[in-house]
Design a protein around this ligand. Structure first.
Ligand code: GDP
Length: 547
């Protein structure tokens, strides 16, 4: 293969197998749609790049998905914020072929302040790969991201990364997974050679040893040599004895991969490797193809599955404006749930009953975009300037269907926003509602005050930073944010509102969709109100009280 820098081949049209006349269920069967979640720096980006390498979509390391400095010219202002903070906020969708499958990899932000964004992306994924740093294990700040996965009972695969460096004991890491996130770890591979002196892995399904060899800079696939156990014992000596000893311990605890409990989110197949040197990357990707579920019929609000072969339907899980300077527009991403999507199709937005012509349908590949002509269940498509489309919307043709929306998180931080420069109020207002639609922050209003001083509600502090940065840089509306004394929210209704509003330390504000949220200064105060007034409606919101 020519060593050309950059991503050359591997973009849809030229790499995917010729579209044979297909039906949606056949196309769905060969798709795997999943997300990678990890703590910042655990190696999500590196693993993503290596998946692309193994998928043939990346020919050399120079073509990084997230070439941290290099992409500056084409990035938006708030991507600069990401770079400054070293975090990833924007999510992208990568599609690439692997074996005879089509992989859709959904990116998620790595920071727990953006767990709500992750939650929305997971609504479009069928499985997730959790990447852990072998030296760090499960990092406390990331627990919330994994809990989000658990809450959805999502099939979870685990990649223990950076085994090329000194790290922790593998058995101890497994204990930690079990204890911290409550999923039962079931290693598919087992490392031979301690962390830092990584020789290869035992494939527990066959007992064979897969010996890895490094390639310069990890630019090409790692060399792999398959050895039978007795040969391996001879070659690796003590490292082999140690690994097989650990495996015996494991076997005694019944840590075998079990498809059923994996699909139910109860157990997690574990792979050991090193993304940087490509060790174990192919096995991990094979694991996604072999174990992760293909797109299945999505259940609607009436609990009825929409058959894959039914006419097109899709589900909007993400809205994002101004993703980069070259395309200052608004993209609404949907996942195809049934049927065949064809560009130009007129779809109905279920919430409004209005038609939308999908003339500008795009596939976003990292920083690049291209027009997408057709898509199948499991695929993700971005609609350009679909201003009427919101997160949680269902799109369909011919046969109506309504999928459940994505619940909002319980915000824990509440700050008042005001335009610093009153002459920019119009820009401030449109910026605020754009951020609300994207779910960057939740916007709560007092109907009597309107947009003068909306309360921005968030799960993590950094959401406010992003909001303020974008208001100033994209909308030209510098904003002043000041904290309120509220710390906890409950959903309430019109009947309970007057009584709540008359209480000290309580306020009732509204989301754009009309939902009423009662805000309390403390959980103690909330508990008192609940105790004294059982007649008031005060419902919990999702992901309450995560770490
Ligand atoms: P992300 O923040 O989770 O996307 O992490 P990155 O993929 O950007 O990786 C963070 C750092 O860890 C980078 O400096 C990587 O080169 C490094 N890294 C990633 N995978 C490995 C690995 O397998 N071994 C070692 N030694 N370093 C790695």
């Amino acid at each position: 293969r020519p060593d050309r820098p950059g991503r050359v081949a591997g973009r849809r049209g030229d790499r995917l197998p010729e579209p044979v006349p297909a039906d949606p269920s056949q196309e769905a069967a060969r798709r795997r749609t999943f997300a990678i979640i990890s703590h910042p720096d655990a190696g999500k980006t590196t693993l993503t790049e290596k998946f692309l390498l193994y998928g043939g979509a990346l020919t050399s390391e120079a073509g990084s998905v997230k070439a941290k400095g290099a992409r500056r010219s084409a990035t938006s202002d708030w991507m600069e914020l990401e770079q400054k903070r070293g975090i990833s906020i924007t999510s992208t969708v990568l599609q690439f072929p692997y074996r005879d499958h089509v992989i859709n990899l959904l990116d998620t932000p790595g920071h727990r302040d953006f767990s709500e964004d992750t939650y929305r992306v997971l609504a479009a994924a069928d499985a997730a790969v959790m990447v852990l740093d072998a030296a760090k294990g499960i990092e406390p700040q990331t627990l919330k991201l994994f809990e989000v996965c658990r809450e959805r009972d999502m099939p979870l695969l685990t990649f223990i990364n950076k085994w090329d460096r000194p790290g922790r004991d593998p058995l101890e890491l497994l204990d930690e997974i079990e204890a911290q996130i409550g999923v039962h770890p079931a290693p598919v591979t087992w490392p031979v050679g301690i962390a830092g002196d990584f020789r290869g892995v035992i494939d527990r399904r066959t007992g064979d040893f897969i010996r890895f060899t490094r390639t310069a800079g990890g630019a090409t696939e790692a060399g792999e040599e398959l050895l039978a156990p007795d040969e391996a014992a001879e070659r690796e000596g003590e490292a082999w004895t140690a690994a097989t000893g650990e495996l015996e311990l494991l076997e005694a605890t019944g840590a075998d991969v079990d498809e059923e409990s994996f699909l139910a989110g109860i157990s997690t197949p574990v792979y050991f490797g090193s993304a940087l040197t490509n060790f174990g990357v192919r096995l991990m990707l094979d694991g996604v193809v072999d174990l992760a579920p293909a797109p299945a019929p999505r259940v609607d609000v009436k609990d009825e599955p929409r058959p894959l072969d039914a006419p097109f339907s899709g589900f909007v899980f993400k809205v994002q404006a101004n993703m980069d300077r070259a395309h200052r527009d608004r993209l609404a991403f949907f996942r195809v749930c049934s049927g065949r999507f064809e560009r130009g199709m007129v779809v109905t937005i279920d919430r409004t009953g209005r038609p939308f012509a999908t003339k500008y349908a795009q596939q976003v590949f990292g920083q690049d975009r291209e027009t997408v002509e057709e898509a199948w269940p499991g695929d993700v498509v971005g609609l350009v300037n679909a201003t009427d489309v919101r997160i949680g919307d269902t799109l369909w043709v011919d046969q109506p269907v309504t999928f459940a929306g994505i619940p909002s998180f319980a915000p824990e931080l509440f700050w008042v926003a005001r335009a610093k420069d009153t002459s920019r109020f119009k820009q401030f207002r449109s910026g605020i509602s754009q951020l609300d639609e994207e779910g960057v922050v939740q916007v709560l209003r007092d109907p009597e005050i309107g947009d003068q001083a909306p309360v921005l509600a968030a799960v993590g502090q950094m959401q406010f930073e992003v909001a303020a940065h974008r208001l100033e840089n994209e909308f030209g509306a510098p904003v002043e944010l000041s904290p309120t004394s509220y710390t906890v929210a409950r959903r309430t209704d019109a009947e309970s509102e007057p009584a709540l509003k008359s209480m000290r330390g309580v306020d009732v504000l509204r989301r754009a969709d009309g939902t009423r949220l009662a805000l309390f200064e403390s959980s103690y105060w909330l508990a008192r109100v609940e105790g004294d007034h059982p007649e008031l409606v005060l419902e919990r919101l999702v992901a309450e009280g995560g770490s």
